[in-house]
Design a protein around this ligand. Structure first.
Ligand SMILES: [Zn+2]
Length: 397
């Protein structure tokens, strides 16, 4: 606990500084944190380029090993290798897990038009916010903790940086879940919410479904009555499916794309739609799944095929999540600011770990805006205290 740490005599070589000195420590090293973020942003790492993501993975493995960690790659064929780093600690309890991702949504070459730069109190560049500043916090917090605790960490820490988060984490999910099961808590260094830097204590679950309609193609002039339009059927289905939206209970469905037909004089034999489903509660995921799968065609000559499912469970604000948030907000208060919490619609790998019942706090990374957009940036003024918060959380959860 922080309080206990504070009572230790300051002269002891292996004690953390008091909370104010802890903050000053990172404020004095703000330029070092900025430099780390620059280095990470300047190694582009789009999900779909394995060599690019692997370059960032190797760089980080080297950096973490330089801080005494044991790096290990989980080899992946089509994506970058997932990076796991284990640190032993003075105490032997369960590790705290620091979770994040290496990949970004920006193709290689983006730096040419969107270079890393420092302006208007912010750091700009692809991935600066989502989530290379979060990785920089990990590096700087670990380094500080080692300095304060006589060249070792106060407790074991496991870091996992996956390579496929931006496309749904299919190849990393089992690794994330296996490591989380062994952890005391999971701290997710994804971007904070809003410019006030709220942490995320609830995230919606996310699913994707494909709806395919098989009708009966026919010449629209010669055989009109023999056809069964897949497009008409799909349209009617889309209207019905949209009625499942229930904003009050946090359920949304969005038919994001539709396709169908071949040419204007052919009654379309096939049409399809892809829909995004988001739910705040796990029980709603099952109900929506049932409702979608039990849909019947309006036109008996048409057939429906529904595939897909919810691939990220919702991160619900359980008692364990709330307790972790409380701890973080107490540390923030000592650091002189009010840490807010938010429930958001987007999912992250924190959804998996929270879904297992492991205390999870998300959104501990950089404060900024423009994730996945050309104005992606983080606030420089928040760097030191977010890193201080992380360091204190690692010590105390
Ligand atoms: Zn992210």
């Amino acid at each position: 606990m922080t309080a206990k740490t504070l009572k230790k005599p300051p002269a002891e070589a292996s004690a953390s500084p008091d909370i104010q000195s802890c903050l000053s420590y990172f404020e004095e090293r703000q330029d070092q944190i900025i430099e780390t973020i620059r280095q990470l942003v300047e190694v582009e790492s789009p999900t779909d380029s394995k060599p690019a993501v692997d370059r960032l993975g190797s760089l980080l493995a080297g950096r973490f090993e330089g801080l005494g960690g044991h790096a290990k790659f989980h080899r992946t064929q089509n994506f970058g290798d997932h990076l796991q780093v284990d640190f032993s600690g003075k105490s032997t309890g369960k590790p705290v897990m620091l979770l994040g991702h290496l990949d970004t949504v920006y193709p290689v070459g983006t730096l040419a038009t969107m270079p890393f730069r420092r302006a208007d109190g912010r750091l700009w560049g692809p991935g600066s916010f989502d989530m290379k500043s979060g990785i920089a916090f990990m590096l700087n917090a670990i380094e500080a903790l080692r300095t304060w605790h006589g060249d070792q960490l106060p407790r074991p820490v496991t870091i996992l940086l996956v390579s496929d988060e931006e496309v749904g984490s299919d190849t990393s999910r089992h690794i994330t879940e296996n490591l989380a099961r062994k952890a005391a808590a999971v701290l997710v260094l994804e971007p904070a919410y809003g410019l006030k830097g709220a942490v995320k204590t609830a995230r919606k679950g996310v699913g994707e479904y494909n709806l395919k309609v098989i009708g009966k193609a026919a010449h629209s002039g010669l055989d009109f009555e023999k056809g069964a339009s897949a497009i008409i059927e799909l349209s009617r289905q889309v209207i019905e499916i949209s009625k499942l939206v229930d904003l009050k209970h946090g359920i949304t469905l969005n038919v994001g794309t539709v396709q169908g037909g071949t040419r204007s004089n052919v009654i379309p034999g096939e049409a399809r739609a892809v829909l995004d489903v988001r739910v705040a509660h796990m029980k709603d995921a099952a109900a929506i799944d049932r409702k979608l799968r039990s849909r019947k065609p309006f036109n008996r000559k048409c057939k429906l095929e529904i595939t897909g499912g919810v691939n990220r469970p919702p991160m619900e604000r359980t008692a364990a999540v709330a307790a972790l948030y409380k701890k973080a907000s107490e540390i923030a208060k000592q650091l002189g600011w009010r840490l807010e919490e938010a429930a958001v619609g987007g999912g992250s790998d924190g959804n998996f770990t929270a879904g297992l019942g492991i205390p999870t706090l998300d959104g501990l990374g950089g404060v900024g805006e423009g994730a996945h957009a050309s104005n992606e940036s983080v606030l420089i003024s928040e760097l030191a205290r977010r890193t201080a918060l992380l360091a204190r959380l690692i010590e105390s959860v």
